[in-house]
Design a protein around this ligand. Sequence first.
Ligand SMILES: CSC[C@H]1O[C@H](OP(=O)(O)O)[C@H](O)[C@@H]1O
Ligand SMILES: Nc1ncnc2[nH]cnc12
Length: 287
Amino acid sequence: MRLGIIGGSGIYEIDGLEDARWQKVDSPWGNPSDEVLTGRLGDCEMAFLPRHGRGHVHSPTTVPYRANIDALKRLGVTDILSVSACGSFREEMAPGDFVLVDQFIDRTFAREKSFFGTGCVAHVSVAHPICDRLRQAVGSASAGLGITVHDGGTYLAMEGPQFSSLAESKMYREVWGADVIGMTNMPEAKLAREAEICYASVAMITDYDSWHPDHGSVDISEIIATLKGNAEKARRLVAATARALAGAHPDCPNGCDRALEFAIMTAPDKRDQALEAKLDAVAGRVL
Ligand SMILES: CSC[C@H]1O[C@H](OP(=O)(O)O)[C@H](O)[C@@H]1O
Ligand SMILES: Nc1ncnc2[nH]cnc12
């Protein structure tokens, strides 16, 4: 197995890797956000990608999600753990806490959301977009690290880059039942599923969005201050997760690694060869 880490806002590298090197990965889906830091944490093969690039170059809308997932697939990544800054819709999910996300509501609208399309149509299930095996492994690894971790939560993915209005914040929380809000985990999780990579997400709470009567609107300077403490905890969690997962990759009990088995609808003789060629890493197993 190889564990991929996608580091969100405030997480642009991970330390402690043996044989660490930043590696440029060419992808037919464009340039990934940055080079990928590969190496080993103990016995675990690792590949780290800063989602926004070092120096925070990409906005949530312009993150090259397809190139990122394709690049990690090309490096042999079997499992992706996303660590992301998020706002909270729940009093008990406080800034500094982590949430092991288990569902998504996708409200993004200005991004490419699939590797497939005209000439090679595929439909995968994202009823359960998070790999429960990976999520539970992260949960177990978090024990004893001194981090408050909430097991389960619905992540609302908004387009951004502006934060939500008060009316939106109240609707997501009260009507739609979302627990946390961020701007990046979709379409990332959908693309990981198409690439047959197990995906889990840790939402690192930085703020109460704008619904909370005692906290007012989102303040980016407060977010950045909270991010610094969260990033240190995230590094500990990543190291513990790597220790727990090192070794062979078992067949995924949730079927993430077989998501494409019956998904491609386009008849072989009707397929677009150029698109098929681009899908060599993502869908090579079934093409
Ligand atoms: C820094 S606040 C807004 C920004 O942070 C989150 O990014 P990421 O998920 O990559 O940690 C959020 O989604 C926004 O993009
Ligand atoms: N309140 C919020 N809304 C969207 N993305 C965020 N990232 C961190 N806090 C956020």
